[in-house]
Design a protein around this ligand. Structure first.
Ligand SMILES: [Fe+2]
Length: 217
């Protein structure tokens, strides 16, 4: 079975995400600092365990027509090292919807893909790392996650969560378990958010345990 050492581009991407969670300010928040440390600890433990690379067919969804623009914009930002590493695995990404029944209007405007987690492509049981792509003027309905602590890092474009602020590249959004969040994106440019989910193996393996019937990233 292939392992991470057979796929250096996945390893480099995980390394950039580790850097992101290591060097980004927690803004004075003990809860966010603790989450950042937790993500790094779990990530490094997984990488040291020589994780398998699980076979998955790459797949695109309609929103992927915005990916090239999102990458171009992201390469001009402080998040460029991560965006560049994502660009290098772009042909391997398996884009998906996180809903059993997709809310109207979201089909063309949103998709997520995972880098690491129970379903791969890099196998890990205690952490999920992935990416969400939004088209301009997307509203991502309110949802929450039971037993999962979530952070988003804006890599390209701009988004708002719960109308509480505007997050530009380099900003981190933190959602403790159970916290409702609704995301909107800017009028003219797509938005790329990387995300990390931390939770028990059970919580990460059973997304239907989310507090809403329509699970989402
Ligand atoms: Fe979420």
């Amino acid at each position: 079975m292939a392992t991470l050492s057979d796929h250096p581009d996945w390893r480099y991407l995980l390394r950039e995400l580790d850097h992101l969670y290591r060097h980004q300010s927690a803004g004075g928040s003990a809860a966010i600092r603790s989450h950042q440390r937790d993500v790094r600890t779990r990530l490094n433990r997984i990488v040291e365990g020589k994780p398998a690379i699980l076979d998955a067919e790459p797949a695109e969804l309609p929103v992927c027509v915005h990916l090239a623009r999102a990458v171009d914009n992201g390469l001009r930002e402080r998040t460029a090292p991560v965006v560049r590493a994502i660009r290098n695995v772009r042909h391997l990404l398996r884009w998906q919807y996180g809903y059993e029944k997709l809310p109207r209007g979201l089909k063309q405007k949103y998709a997520y893909t995972e880098f690491l987690g129970p379903d791969g492509p890099v196998e890990g049981e205690t952490l999920i790392l992935g990416l969400v792509l939004f088209a301009p003027r997307c509203t991502y309905p309110a949802h929450s996650h039971n037993g999962i602590t979530e952070s988003y890092v804006c890599l390209s474009g701009a988004s708002s969560e719960n109308d509480a602020g505007v997050y530009a590249p380099g900003s981190m959004i933190f959602n403790p378990p159970g916290q409702q969040h609704r995301i909107t994106t800017g009028d003219f440019e797509p938005c790329l958010l990387s995300y990390a989910w931390v939770g028990s193996k059970d919580a990460l393996r059973n997304p239907m345990k989310f507090s809403q019937k329509k699970p989402a990233r």
